[in-house]
Ligand binder design. Structure first.
Ligand code: 4AD
Ligand code: MG
Length: 444
C-alpha cells in the first residue's frame, strides 16, 4: 500500500493509499463518520460510510477519540467542498487501524485560557492555528537564509557564552563560567564585526537572550535573531539591503504558505504591498509627527500614552501610532545617541544623534529590525565605551579591530518572532515560537 502524506494527496486522486496520523476532530451523522485526520503536513477529511465497510470496522472507527494515533487506508477523491488543509480532497475509508487510543485529550475544540494552553504547549502546537504559525515561521527562517546565501553573505556562528554586554547591562542573563562571570549572548554583532574583516559580508543566525523584566506582547527572554554585517557599507546602503531582504521574506511566506495564512485569517492584501522602497523618516520628524498625533488625540488615555519629548525612546503606543500613517514598514533613522547602544557611529556634525535606523512594521507590530552604522574610529569607540561605564578589558579585541584596517561598516538584526507575528497577524509573539520563554515561564 502506498503510504502518502497529506500534502501530496492531490497527486493520488483515484488511488488507494494509506496515511499515518492523528484524529484531529470528528463529526458523526448516522451512517457517516467524518474523521478529520492530520499528519503534520495537512488535514484531510476521511469519510467512513456504513455501506462501504464492515460493521466491525464502522464500530471501531466510531470509537476513535481525539488525538488517537492511527493508520487510515482508503481511496483519494477530489471534492472541492471537502474541508482541510490544503482542502478539496477527501478519503473514502476502507480500513482504520488504531495505533494508540488517546483518552481525555485536554485541549478540546472549546475555548481555553492562554495560561491553560501555555502549560500544555507540548500539545497545543498540534492545534491548527499554532501549526499554521509554526509552519510560517519555518518558511521565514528558510527565506532568511535563502536571501542571504544567494547575495554573498557567509553564515558564521557567534558564541552564546560571552564575556561582555553589547545591548546594555539591564537585560543580561548571567551564568557561572568556571568561577568567572559570563553572559548569554544578547547579540552576535560584535563578533560579526570581526568576521567581516575576514569574510566581507557575513551573518549569524541563532537564539539570543534578554532578561526582559517586563511583560509585553513583543518581548521574549529567548528569541531568534538574524544579524547580517557588511564591510564598507554606510547607513543608506544598509537600508537598501534591509528593504530587499524583508520584502523577500514576506513574499516567500505569501507564496509558500497561502493555506496557512488563510487558516490564520490573515489579510494578505496588506502584505502584498510590501515592496521596496520603504519610507524613511528621521527621528526628529517622527517626534514632530507624534506631537501632532498627541495634540489631535481625543481619548485621554491615548493622549497620555502618546506624550513625547525629543530625546525619549519610543514605546509601543508611539510605534503603533506612527506606523498607522504608512502601509509599508517605515525606517526611523537618527535616534538620539543617549537611547542607543554604545557602538553606533555618531551623526556627522550632530553627535547627539547616531547613524541608527529601526524598521517598524505596519499595523502596530512594532520594531522588527534594529540596525546601524558602527563606529569606525578607534578613539571615538574608546570614548563611547567609557561614556557607557563599560569595563575596557572584555572589549580589547573589539577595539583592536579599529587598529587593523578599519572601514565604515554597518549591520542589522531582525527578530524572527516579531517578523512572524506581523506576517501571521498574531497579537502576541509567544505563539510564534514552539516553546516560548517568558519572564514567568520556563515550562514546558
Ligand atoms: O534592536 P536590537 O536590540 O538590536 C541588536 O541586538 C543589534 N545588535 C542588531 C544588529 O545590529 N546586529 O534587536 C534587534 C531585533 C529587534 O528589532 C527585535 O525584532 C528583536 O531583535 N528583539 C526581540 N524580539 C523578541 N523579544 C525580545 N526581547 C527582543 N529584543 C529584540
Ligand atoms: Mg532595538
Amino acid at each position: 500500500m502506498n503510504n502518502v502524506s497529506i500534502e501530496y494527496l492531490s497527486s493520488h486522486i483515484g488511488e488507494e493509499v494509506s496515511l499515518n496520523g492523528w484524529l484531529y476532530n470528528r463529526t458523526d451523522k448516522g451512517k457517516l463518520q467524518f474523521l478529520q485526520v492530520r499528519d503534520g503536513t495537512g488535514i484531510v477529511q476521511c469519510v467512513v460510510f456504513a455501506k462501504d465497510v464492515s460493521e466491525t470496522l464502522f464500530a471501531e472507527a466510531a470509537g476513535v477519540t481525539q488525538e488517537s494515533s492511527l493508520v487510515v487506508t482508503g481511496t483519494v477523491r477530489a471534492d472541492p467542498r471537502a474541508p482541510g488543509v490544503p482542502g478539496g480532497i477527501e478519503i473514502g475509508v476502507t480500513e482504520v487501524r488504531v495505533v494508540q487510543l488517546a483518552q481525555d485529550y485536554p485541549i478540546t475544540p472549546k475555548e481555553h485560557g492562554v495560561e491553560f494552553l501555555l502549560d500544555r504547549r507540548h500539545l497545543w502546537i498540534r492545534s491548527s492555528k499554532q501549526w499554521a504559525m509554526l509552519r510560517v515561521r519555518a518558511t521565514v527562517m528558510r527565506a532568511i537564509r535563502e536571501w542571504l546565501d544567494s547575495h554573498g553573505y557567509l553564515e558564521l556562528s557567534t558564541p552564546i557564552l560571552t564575556p561582555a554586554a553589547a545591548e546594555g547591562t539591564q537585560t543580561l542573563f548571567e551564568v557561572d563560567y568556571f568561577g568567572e562571570n559570563a553572559f548569554l549572548a544578547q547579540t552576535g554583532q560584535l563578533y560579526n564585526e570581526a568576521n567581516i574583516a575576514a569574510f566581507g559580508k557575513v551573518y549569524c543566525f541563532g537564539p539570543t537572550f534578554r532578561a526582559e523584566k517586563s511583560k509585553t506582547r513583543r518581548h521574549l527572554t529567548e528569541f531568534w535573531m538574524v544579524e547580517p554585517e557588511i564591510a564598507f557599507c554606510d547607513l543608506d546602503q544598509l537600508l537598501e539591503v534591509e528593504e530587499q531582504f524583508v520584502s523577500h521574506i514576506v513574499h516567500t511566506a505569501l507564496r509558500e504558505r497561502a493555506p496557512e495564512l488563510k487558516m490564520l485569517e490573515r489579510d494578505t492584501a496588506s502584505l502584498e504591498k510590501i515592496v521596496p522602497p520603504f519610507p524613511r523618516i528621521s527621528y526628529d520628524e517622527a517626534v514632530e509627527r507624534l506631537k501632532n498625533l498627541q495634540a489631535e488625540a481625543t481619548d485621554p488615555e491615548q493622549k497620555e500614552l502618546l506624550k513625547i519629548e525629543w530625546g525619549m525612546d519610543f514605546g509601543s503606543p508611539h510605534e503603533t501610532a506612527l506606523t498607522q500613517q504608512f502601509d509599508k514598514p517605515v525606517f526611523v533613522y537618527g535616534y538620539p545617541t543617549a537611547v542607543k547602544a554604545f557602538y553606533m557611529e555618531p551623526w556627522p556634525g550632530r553627535p547627539e544623534v547616531c547613524k541608527s535606523a529601526d524598521l517598524l512594521a505596519p499595523e502596530g507590530y512594532g520594531e522588527i529590525i534594529g540596525g546601524s552604522e558602527r563606529i569606525a574610529d578607534v578613539d571615538v569607540l574608546i570614548r563611547r565605551i567609557h561614556e557607557h561605564g563599560l569595563p575596557m578589558e572584555p572589549y580589547q579585541w573589539y577595539v583592536e579591530l579599529r587598529r587593523f584596517g578599519t572601514q565604515p561598516h554597518s549591520g542589522f538584526g531582525l527578530g524572527v518572532e516579531r517578523t512572524v507575528a506581523w506576517i501571521c497577524g498574531t497579537e502576541h509573539i509567544r505563539e510564534t515560537t514552539p516553546f516560548p520563554r517568558l519572564i514567568n515561564r520556563n515550562y514546558p
